[in-house]
Design a protein around this ligand. Structure first.
Ligand code: 9PG
Length: 519
């Protein structure tokens, strides 16, 4: 279907088509790119092709690998073009398995399979995104009006170096700080796929949940239910539950935790049963807040038990998980394809991970990778996804309060705290042992405050009596110069080697051990 965009085009319209082309009066000056899953890049950029982000070994984990080499400006489900007069043309799918790209003055949208609905808006940006969100909400549902829980999460201070005693010390140290949830992140499980307490948790998971609940809070747990490690018992015992390609090879769900991961086929009845039983098990242990991570694994390309399009298959898996955990559980989806998760989770991570560092020169400039953990990357993508807030609670990841353990400036830490206010989702991983009295008072005030805020432009907000400006996080790092291009080639090649990643992993774990011993 071809649509000519002129001054008499209605502000909003909805059409049904497998492909739609919007013919703009002339090439636009900017394009809104919208990455596929939580960690993928979302921002307004100029029209020049983005350098391919490196290392390629992470494409599956950080982007929609099927489109990682697309030279044209691309958006998953939605894209928008900004015209010379400042008005924008937004093209957004109202279904799953859809993409948008800009080819000169043609804004094109297509469904990977079959036909679906498209929402088209021509006008001011501050009307276009809310109108698209409204149309999505009418199909997928809107976010609950209740405030998001305030969370302490173990990841950004302890990473995988958690154990029973260390967590008990932290939980005790948090005292009466007004957290609603204490969430145990990655590091408790026997293996990816083998979701039982490992030997660092000798009393078991029910005892850990009990300990949390005895402090008057809800217990939260991290799991990555849609993938499994090659070395896991789950994969060894049930290889038939895993996604394969046309040639019969297992589809890689990425390289992480020092090894290759495989993706569960969410349309396989036995795999579905296993997923449901897993959710019931963690609820029975006493966990009522579930951070389900690396969910993109359920939406990769491959041959499935049934012929569902990949994101429809993912959504089916998410339904199984949601039904089994129960409507009264709080479900945070992470590493999750955005649109296919709507209506099935309570909250959605809408950006990459934060880190104790503003930006890594290696990742940002040499590897041109805006999706790796880093505070600037997290703020950039999250701010560009705030239009999702009517649809789902938007998790910007944690904020830092302590100066210890990170290299962020006071201003950078404040920017993350303000982002949490604007998102309405407050979390931290700061260790009570690391906080000064003053930092603890700030954290308490942050958790207690119900500050009003008002947008004053794309990246500027009025929060209480303060002006907050996220602009410093928005700009993309410069392209590499000649010398940096040589370094880029070297780092990209090294980064693609499993042994480099294993070495980095090992070094990280060694320094973490020291951190934990000192607690
Ligand atoms: C636990 C973590 C935390 C975190 C999640 C997720 O390679 N990567 O690009 C990559 C990105 C994010 C990531 C791990 C790897 O973190 O977002 O909050 O739960 O898993 O392993």
């Amino acid at each position: 279907m071809d649509i000519l965009i002129t001054d008499s085009t209605p502000a909003s319209q909805t059409v049904s088509a497998s492909r739609v082309t919007l013919n703009l009066p002339r090439p636009p000056r900017a394009f809104y790119r919208h990455g596929w899953q939580s960690w993928s890049f979302a921002a307004w950029t100029d029209l020049s092709p983005l350098p391919i982000q490196k290392p390629a070994i992470f494409h599956v984990l950080q982007t929609d690998a099927a489109y990682a080499h697309e030279p044209l400006p691309h958006g998953s489900w939605v894209g928008a073009a900004e015209m010379d007069d400042g008005r924008i043309v937004l093209l957004g799918a109202l279904g799953t398995d859809a993409h948008v790209r800009l080819d000169g003055s043609h804004l094109e949208g297509w469904y990977e399979s079959g036909e679906g609905e498209w929402f088209i808006h021509f006008g001011a940006e501050q009307n276009a995104f809310p109108a698209y969100a409204q149309a999505l909400g009418e199909r997928f549902g809107f976010a609950a009006a209740r405030p998001a829980p305030r969370i302490w999460c173990s990841w950004y201070s302890l990473y995988t170096a958690i154990d029973e005693l260390t967590l008990h010390k932290v939980f005790d140290g948090l005292g009466d700080l007004p957290f609603d949830v204490l969430q145990v992140d990655d590091g408790w499980q026997v293996n990816l796929g083998d979701w039982e307490a490992n030997n660092k948790f000798p009393s078991g998971m029910a005892a850990l949940a009990d300990k949390i609940k005895s402090t008057g809070r809800k217990a939260g747990l991290w799991l990555a239910p849609l993938l499994a490690a090659k070395s896991s018992r789950l994969f060894r015992e049930h290889p038939d539950w895993f996604l394969k390609d046309e040639a019969g090879k297992f589809v890689s769900a990425g390289f992480n935790w020092g090894e290759w991961m495989y993706a569960l086929d969410t349309t396989h009845p036995a795999a579905q049963e296993w997923l449901a039983a897993l959710m019931k098990q963690v609820r029975a242990w006493g966990f009522d807040y579930l951070k389900l991570d690396f969910l993109y694994a359920g939406a990769l390309r491959g041959k499935r038990h049934t012929e569902a399009p990949r994101e429809a298959a993912y959504r089916l898996g998410l339904k199984v998980l949601r039904e089994a955990m129960g409507a009264d559980a709080y479900f945070l989806a992470c590493g999750a394809p955005i649109v296919p998760s709507l209506g099935l989770c309570d909250a959605l991570r809408v950006g990459p991970d934060v880190a104790g560092e503003w930006e890594s020169h290696r990742d940002a400039v040499l590897l041109q990778n805006p999706t790796t953990p880093g505070t600037r990357n997290a703020i950039r993508t999250t701010v560009n996804r705030l239009w999702l807030s009517p649809l789902v609670q938007t998790d910007p990841d944690v904020a830092y309060f302590a100066a210890k353990g990170n290299s962020l400036t006071v201003e950078q830490r404040l920017l993350l705290q303000d982002l949490a206010l604007v998102c309405g989702f407050k979390a931290t991983s700061d260790l009570p042992q690391w906080m000064t009295d003053e930092e603890r008072i700030k954290l308490r005030a942050f958790l207690e405050d119900t500050d009003e805020f008002r947008p004053e432009g794309n990246y500027r907000y009025q929060v209480a009596s303060r002006r907050v400006d996220f602009t410093p996080a928005i700009e993309l790092p410069p392209r590499p110069n000649k010398l940096e291009s040589i370094q880029r080639t070297i780092f990209a090649a090294l980064g693609n080697q499993p042994w480099t990643l294993r070495l980095l992993d090992w070094m990280g774990k060694r320094s973490l051990k020291k951190t934990v011993q000192r607690l």
